[in-house]
Design a protein around this ligand. Structure first.
Ligand code: NAD
Ligand code: WQD
Length: 341
């Protein structure tokens, strides 16, 4: 009997890629997703990658009865909790909804896990909990301060989970702080499906390359960085997925929790990413330099020592691969007639 992992938010961008890596490593996967930001055909696409098919349950992590039924029907070794709303801009307009969905959803999930005696959890946190960093690279010990309701929801979840482990050491939680996940599975069967016009840089670049927008708006070129544009730590989504397997093994082997950055440790500016995209794809990206975007920080990239020392995990895939895989996915969506916002 294969060991089983419950993935909440598993038809989403990062969850679907993690499901593939888990199943290719021999895990059985159950996906719970309310499909508020993804589509059910992702399950078929995961199966087509040859990773075998996850057991899919359409539902909400805030549905306690459904969760109890899931835990009663399956022997679940651990839970990976990706389900959440993730738009910084949207969170200003829907602060209460973000609290209910992200914080309430996590509390409901944890209570159901406790009832079922399942106490291994991998949680999707974000570098956004660091806010404007004092120094870069950013270590896990850096001060935590958030500047928007979305980031605050992540920090509140982290605080809940830290408190839970302090109160009951039977709980083992991996708090994984993702930096900037980009790219797609090399099969181009799964990838990022931003709803509407993308806020994030890479999907906007691929849509410009696909002709959906006339140019890329560069939000500021007067930051104290190598070329004045914002610097971030872009990490391939498949590397990120592998980081989850490493964290799961850590929980199983060490029997205790961990907080770890999942990033490459390399800072890349907007202009550098654009240049890398053109080098990887041959497609030129027209630019317009505009004012800074409110809330953006100048530079944000990960210290990676903890991830290596504790998880024996480090990102492997190059910026070139991130760009090429993101572009292949965009082209596959265009060929399938996907709309762009
Ligand atoms: P995504 O929107 O592609 O996936 C999230 C999935 O969760 C979606 O399929 C959505 O339908 C589902 N979902 C949302 N609320 C739910 C609920 N109440 N019940 C059940 N399903 C629900 O986002 P993603 O990029 O895959 O991010 C996954 C997680 O990682 C999120 O928690 C996000 O905050 C976090 N994260 C993402 C990034 C990023 O840049 N993508 C960075 C840091 C952290
Ligand atoms: C990257 C850089 C922009 C778009 C966000 C969330 C964070 C996390 C990851 C969930 C910045 C510049 C962008 C564009 C641009 N998500 N940019 N033109 O803001 O680092 O992080 O996604 O956890 O919480 O805040 O990512 O891709 O939006 O921006 O110039 O059209 O690209 O100014 O410097 P960000 P991003």
């Amino acid at each position: 009997m294969k060991n089983t992992i419950l993935i909440t938010g598993g038809t989403g961008f990062i969850g679907s890629h993690t499901a593939v890596e888990l199943m290719q490593s021999g895990w059985r996967v159950i996906v719970l997703d309310n499909l508020c930001n993804s589509e059910p055909d992702v399950i078929e696409r995961i199966a087509a990658i040859g990773a075998s098919r996850p057991h899919f349950v359409a539902g909400d992590v805030r549905d306690a009865a459904l969760l109890d039924q899931l835990f009663a029907s399956h022997t679940i070794t651990a839970v990976m909790h990706f389900a959440g709303l993730k738009s910084v801009g949207e969170s200003w307009q829907q602060a209460a909804h973000y609290l209910d969905n992200n914080v309430g959803g996590t509390a409901c999930l944890v209570a159901a896990m406790e009832r079922a005696g399942v106490r291994r959890l991998v949680f999707s946190s974000s570098a956004t909990v660091y806010g404007e960093p004092d120094t870069v690279p950013i270590a896990e010990s850096a001060p935590l301060r958030t500047t928007n309701p979305y980031g605050r929801s992540k920090l509140l979840c982290e605080d809940m989970l830290r408190q839970l482990q302090a109160a009951d050491p039977r709980w083992q939680v991996a708090l994984l702080r993702y930096f900037n996940p980009v790219g797609a599975h090399a099969s181009a069967l799964i990838g990022e499906k931003p709803t509407g016009v993308p806020n994030n840089l890479m999907p906007y670049i691929t849509q410009v390359a696909a002709g959906a927008h006339p140019y890329l708006r560069v939000f500021g070129n007067d930051y104290p960085t190598i070329d004045g544009t914002g610097v971030r730590d872009y990490i391939h989504v498949v590397d990120l997925a592998q980081g989850h397997l490493a964290a799961l093994h850590y929980l199983l082997e060490e029997g205790r929790g961990i907080t770890a950055n999942l990033g490459t440790g390399s800072g890349v500016s907007v202009l550098q990413l654009v240049a890398a995209f053109t080098q990887a794809t041959g497609v030129t990206i027209p630019l317009q330099i505009l004012e800074r975007r409110p809330g953006d920080v100048a530079s944000c990239f990960a210290a990676t020592e903890q991830a290596w020392e504790a998880l024996r995990w480090r990102a492997q895939l190059s910026l070139q691969a991130m760009c090429a895989d993101a572009w292949r996915w965009e082209c596959s969506r265009a060929a399938a007639g996907a709309s762009h916002g």
